[in-house]
Design a protein around this ligand. Sequence first.
Ligand code: FES
Ligand code: FES
Length: 265
Amino acid sequence: MKDNTPVLPRRTAVAGTVAVCGLASACARYGGPAGPAEADTGEPVKAPPTGEVLGLAKDVPVGGGTILKDRKLVLTQPTEGEFRAFSAVCTHQGCLVNEVADGTINCDCHGSKFAVADGAVTAGPAPSPLESQQVTVTADGEIVTGDAPADTTTPDTTQPAPPETTEEVPAGLASTADIPVGGGTVFADQEVVITQPTEGEFRAFSAVCTHQGCLVGNVQAGTINCDCHGSKFAVADGSVTAGPASSPLPERAVRVTGDQISLTG
Ligand code: FES
Ligand code: FES
């Protein structure tokens, strides 16, 4: 299927404020009256949002959407001025959705479709909606990540302070005993596969297939295998041993401490 969905560039900048639809709905509105609306209505003055810019509201078609492949996100505008964001990872077998057309977000791996309004499944085999993500639209028409701007006049003392950043060693992802020699184990939640090509040698690779983004399904007979279309990758170096994938699985850095394997990059 031809992918004719526009792809937005990544940029980083922030400015201004706009009203949002509410935190639970993970949507944002744009295009309200210009000027300091909060001050006019007696609401506390808001600080600018600090999220990363995903794109421009004007670039998201009304009734449609835009896929940000590098972020694995879909931005939609179900009705004019209403913006939503969803994970672009299909809830069936993890392909990235490939187009937004006729009011649905479509995955051509097996034909699932999701509504641009709320990510709900409109056609299977996907079993569940696309995960909703919080975005905010600035007064400059930029769609940024995260919640609505913080209230600077009434600090929320009910929220715990964010944890301090430390240099902690990452918690072990797996025990060396969990990884068969000559094979490997897929950790779907972390989207990583850890292999042990030869005894005592541990390697890690992205578990996202380089063909169309499914998560690889298993490691058998010396290869990491993707069930979506049959691609296979070598446990030793992630290289392609069978297509249609044409590029290797990206390698991840691992550390082995005692019998614990941790990701370090
Ligand atoms: S329909 Fe999306 S992965 Fe199967
Ligand atoms: S997504 Fe097609 S073979 Fe993996």
